[in-house]
Design a protein around this ligand. Structure first.
Ligand SMILES: NC(=O)c1ccc[n+]([C@@H]2O[C@H](COP(=O)([O-])OP(=O)(O)OC[C@H]3O[C@@H](n4cnc5c(N)ncnc54)[C@H](O)[C@@H]3O)[C@@H](O)[C@H]2O)c1
Length: 283
């Protein structure tokens, strides 16, 4: 099936980046969210990101205008009925995602690829909420999507080879490099990353070091481009907590137990950059 129209569901941190990336690559994109303010915010963020790319000379002004023209937003899932592929990027909650996959399955044509941008939730479980588990897979983009090269492709128990091939081709068209991962909690990226972030939060809680000290150690000592606490703020502390819960429940291993300080910060609404405060304060 030729992919021309791409649906993106969820217009938060990841959804708007995914929508922008597909639109920049020439696809017609329909970005859907339950909340109109999130769509308005997404539109502003995309325009700001494109303006920066023009400023840097990465794209021409005409490319920016064409990208904006290819992008439509909506609060109605029905607008995705003629999509050739849908990427889901809603909250990291298995029940919410399962309900959405059931609705999408009933809406789009048979054979249309349903991809999830989940960081940790089982693709097999999401596929099980549809009548087309062979066409369900994980397309785990990295944040910020327009700038990050990697896409982790996750093969569920029933995902077909053809679906994996189509997704890998899509990634190449977007200028991304894909890596395949099996369907275990957290896949590759977050199974390796989240325990480090969690440990850094334990270190703050126990007074081993300030957030600045811990981030500096990891940046200057380990050559990480960004310290783990800055990265946690960037990802969203609610997203980090949701991923750690999936790892903890999925493996039953106490080493993945989310740090109590992380729980407390999320409960207090200190969600990181998107909330204006987390381990750091943002203007
Ligand atoms: N934040 C990151 O760095 C990052 C990186 C990779 C993957 N992810 C994954 O991407 C997904 C989205 O994360 P995010 O950080 O963009 O979240 P976010 O909280 O910024 O955005 C989620 C959006 O989904 C919308 N939404 C919720 N339920 C919906 C529904 N049923 N239909 C339509 N829209 C709905 C919300 O209104 C919100 O705009 C999650 O699965 C997350 O694990 C996040």
């Amino acid at each position: 099936m030729t992919i021309r129209i791409v649906g993106v569901v969820g217009a938060g941190t990841m959804g708007h980046g995914i929508a922008q990336t597909f639109a920049q690559a020439g696809f017609d994109v329909r970005l859907v969210d339950v909340a109109q303010p999130m769509l308005d915010r997404a539109q502003r963020a995309i325009e700001k990101s494109l303006a920066k790319l023009v400023e840097k000379g990465t794209i021409e002004a005409a490319g920016r205008d064409a990208t904006i023209e290819r992008l439509a937003t909506s609060t109605t899932l029905d607008d995705l009925a003629d999509a050739d592929c849908v990427v889901e990027a809603i909250v990291e909650n298995a029940e919410a995602k399962r309900a959405l996959f059931t609705s999408l399955d009933a809406l789009v044509r048979p054979g249309v690829l349903l991809a999830s941008n989940t960081s940790s939730i089982s693709i097999t479980v999401l596929g099980g909420a549809t009548t087309r588990p062979d066409s369900v897979l994980g397309m785990h983009f990295m944040n910020p999507v327009p700038l990050m090269t990697l896409v982790e492709l996750i093969r569920g128990q029933a995902t077909s080879d053809e679906s994996m091939r189509t997704a890998a081709t899509l990634c190449r068209t977007l200028g991304k490099v894909s890596v395949e991962a099996a369907d275990y909690p957290g896949f590759i990226a977050n199974r390796v990353l989240m325990p480090m972030i969690n440990e850094a939060i334990y270190a703050v809680m126990e007074g081993v070091g300030t957030p600045e000290a811990i981030d500096t150690v990891m940046k200057l000592g380990m050559h990480h481009p960004m310290g783990p606490l800055t990265l946690a703020d960037f990802i969203g502390l609610d997203v980090c907590l949701a991923i750690l819960n999936v790892l903890h429940e999925g493996f039953g291993d106490p080493k993945y137990r989310p740090c109590p300080l992380l729980r407390r910060m999320v409960a207090a609404g200190a969600l990181g950059r998107k909330a204006g405060r987390g381990f750091y304060v943002y203007a």
